[in-house]
Ligand binder design. Sequence first.
Ligand SMILES: Cc1cc2nc3c(=O)[nH]c(=O)nc-3n(C[C@H](O)[C@H](O)[C@H](O)COP(=O)(O)OP(=O)(O)OC[C@H]3O[C@@H](n4cnc5c(N)ncnc54)[C@H](O)[C@@H]3O)c2cc1C
Length: 334
Amino acid sequence: MQKSDYKNMWVYIEHDGQTAAPVGLELCCELRKLCDVTGDRLFAVILDKLPDAEVEKVKDCGIDGIIQVNGTGYEYFNTDAWANAFTVLSRKYNPSAIFVGGTINGRDFAPRFAVQLDTGCTSDAMELAYDPETGDIQFIEPAVGGKIMAVITVPVKRPQVGTIRPGTFKYAPTGRKTEIETIEEEINFDPEAIRCRRVGFIPDESDPELDIANADCVVCVGNGLKDSEHLERYRRLARLLGGKIGCTRPLYDRGILPYKLQIGQSGVMVKTKLYLSFGVSGAVNHTAGVDADVFIAVDKNPDAQIFNYCDYGIVGDMDEVCDELIARLSARKE
Ligand SMILES: Cc1cc2nc3c(=O)[nH]c(=O)nc-3n(C[C@H](O)[C@H](O)[C@H](O)COP(=O)(O)OP(=O)(O)OC[C@H]3O[C@@H](n4cnc5c(N)ncnc54)[C@H](O)[C@@H]3O)c2cc1C
């Protein structure tokens, strides 16, 4: 088969039986734009039953169709049944590209079905483009420590598979198509052949302070921080602003803050009204994870890269500036 024989793009809609994970909706919104350029049709792929109200939300994202898969093996997430379903579907319909949210589950099964289909899988793209000369999707992401933006393609094989981190693209529904095709497929995977067993279920009850993706305000602490004893003032500032604290990768590497608070390409993507960074140099691996209405940066180095990204820059010692902000905000609240 030629590359041009493969048509249409698919987005996997991850769900827990009740709610569609936002990343699937974000991907549908972004892929709608790409499909309008390539002329492909956009399909949402749903494994097992998703409540109708949630399916309606998916439809609002401008999809052309839904592939609904039912059968055995989908009682709980397992990489065997999921990878098999996409392999079987893909061999039948020959899509040009398949996009999967870069969640724990998505990052598990997407490369597996890509291997089964003998094609390429790329992860963590921050931007997608289309090369009309080759017909390839360009997966664009920072590389070499953020010094370059790498353009990754799957130049020979199809489908082109990509996992994309939650929050990378905006959930901005463009409106519903008047005609949405529905394809029902039954793909049975023998439950006995599933190589993992669910022995129990413990809901994620982690500290809400660790959920910073959509916090109204984020105070981000960078490697300029001397040690953990200096951290409390930033927590205080975050509290005063009604926000949450986040960090760059070195702070996680140094064991000062948990991974869930790392913002950037290999951490969480944040969408926020106000982003304040302290002692953050501005590597693209970090700034790629920030979508802020207002970005204020504090750094002692006037040439720091971060000053190219921010709306307001303050050159100075991070602790001193933080203390001053706390003093002024506290005075206002009194
Ligand atoms: C594949 C890959 C993925 C990555 N993913 C991520 C990611 O998800 N998130 C992430 O953050 N990084 C990521 N990185 C690392 C990234 O490239 C940078 O190394 C990192 O973001 C730098 O963090 P920083 O700005 O806090 O530290 P530094 O670059 O060390 O900058 C510290 C800054 O603090 C300033 N400073 C020092 N002392 C003071 C003071 N007293 N007052 C004021 N300013 C001061 C310095 O002038 C400097 O600008 C990734 C790298 C790779 C290769």
